[in-house]
Ligand binder design. Structure first.
Ligand SMILES: CC(C)(COP(=O)(O)OP(=O)(O)OC[C@H]1O[C@@H](n2cnc3c(N)ncnc32)[C@H](O)[C@@H]1OP(=O)(O)O)[C@@H](O)C(=O)NCCC(=O)NCCS
Length: 138
């Protein structure tokens, strides 16, 4: 995990959910920790990373509740946009993100070469749109 100055936010009604709220002013730590992996955050953007619900509390809405709390905190501090990244096959996380208002915006591809990870982004393609649509359908 990242240095503690990032302030991990342990939240949710159940105290069973944890996730990083990373503000633009803290992003140097992020880029130092994982060079090339994350896009540069604009001053009014935040990144939500590392969603985790402890096993005993899963499927009880902890992610929906906890992530929504973090978004409200960010909005209260002036953020107008939030990013989060989820593996294309992580249905619970994709659904949880959709539940709090996230939509598919772009695709990030990470490539590991000689032990170093680089990421690039592109517009949603057919595979990503299908995966998002299937995972978040009601
Ligand atoms: C992803 C994770 C954080 C979801 O936490 P959670 O508290 O169980 O999520 P919620 O209860 O808010 O459920 C979110 C949605 O996913 C659905 N869901 C939860 N677990 C599911 C599962 N195993 N299979 C299918 N859907 C599932 C819920 O039904 C809900 O959708 P709905 O509101 O339409 O019914 C949790 O599964 C987890 O910690 N996984 C391991 C770490 C991980 O993958 N983190 C995400 C990194 S991006």
């Amino acid at each position: 995990m990242l240095p503690i100055t990032m302030e991990p936010t342990l939240t949710s009604l159940f105290r069973g959910y944890a996730q990083w709220l990373i503000r633009a002013e803290d992003q140097d730590l992020l880029h130092r920790h994982a060079p090339g992996r994350f896009n540069h955050l604009e001053p009014d953007e935040v990144l939500l990373e590392g969603a985790f619900t402890f096993a005993a509390f899963r499927r009880m809405g902890a992610m929906a509740d906890g992530m929504a709390q973090l978004l409200r905190i960010a909005a209260g501090e002036g953020a107008t946009s939030a990013l989060t990244y989820v593996a294309i096959d992580n249905v619970p996380s994709l659904r949880g993100c959709a539940n709090v208002g996230f939509d598919l915006d772009h695709v990030r591809v990470s490539v590991r070469r000689l032990g170093r990870r680089r990421s690039f982004t592109h517009d949603p393609d057919a595979d990503a749109s299908l995966a998002w649509g299937n995972a978040t359908a009601h």
